[in-house]
Design a protein. Structure first.
Length: 176
């Protein structure tokens, strides 16, 4: 069997209006002080791909519109719901009061490996991704319901935030 790449016109992609009207995946992304505009754009694009409910951009995390976010987001900032908040901890507190389950993605004591984290279908989850150097703030980690870690076996014990987000969002999307 030979494979032929599909043309963009054959991909049956949603229009912006269809995306906005679509039932969303009960998953919220919180970006905690992300400095790279390209990482922010990449997370928007991944959020678009999996119909993520919302993104919170916190602290120093830049907000659209910005040409360097747009470079990797490719228009996803127009479709994915987002909100800026100065304090990640305030967002976590607000979401917890609404019954959202909070998960930090971090290397910490007493973590749960991503492959051992199981979700309930009747719950909305918020997943926090941290700064490229410092990770998720300790005060935010302390307020999380769980800390999830992606097992790594090489000499470098960190992944780029956009790669981490892609792995985690895909895994949780499949589990939901």
């Amino acid at each position: 069997m030979k494979h032929r790449k599909l043309k963009n016109s054959e991909l049956e992609r949603k229009t912006a209006a269809q995306f906005i009207a679509s039932k969303k995946t009960p998953l919220i992304i919180i970006l905690d002080n992300i400095r790279s505009l390209n990482n922010i754009g990449s997370v928007f694009r991944t959020a678009d791909a999996f119909l993520i409910e919302k993104i919170y951009l916190c602290g120093i995390t830049a907000t659209p519109p910005h040409k360097d976010i747009q470079k990797t987001a490719l228009g996803a900032t127009d479709n994915v719901s987002w909100e800026y908040a100065e304090s990640t901890l305030d967002v976590v507190s607000k979401l917890k009061s609404e019954g959202v389950f909070i998960a930090s993605i971090e290397q910490a004591e007493h973590t749960t490996d991503l492959d051992n984290f199981f979700l309930r279908k009747d719950t909305t989850y918020a997943v926090i991704f941290g700064n490229e150097v410092k990770g998720v703030s300790q005060d935010v980690v302390s307020e999380s319901d769980i800390v999830i870690e992606i097992p790594q076996y090489g000499t470098k014990h960190s992944l780029n935030i956009s790669v981490t987000a892609g792995i985690v969002i895909w895994d949780l999307f499949c589990k939901l």
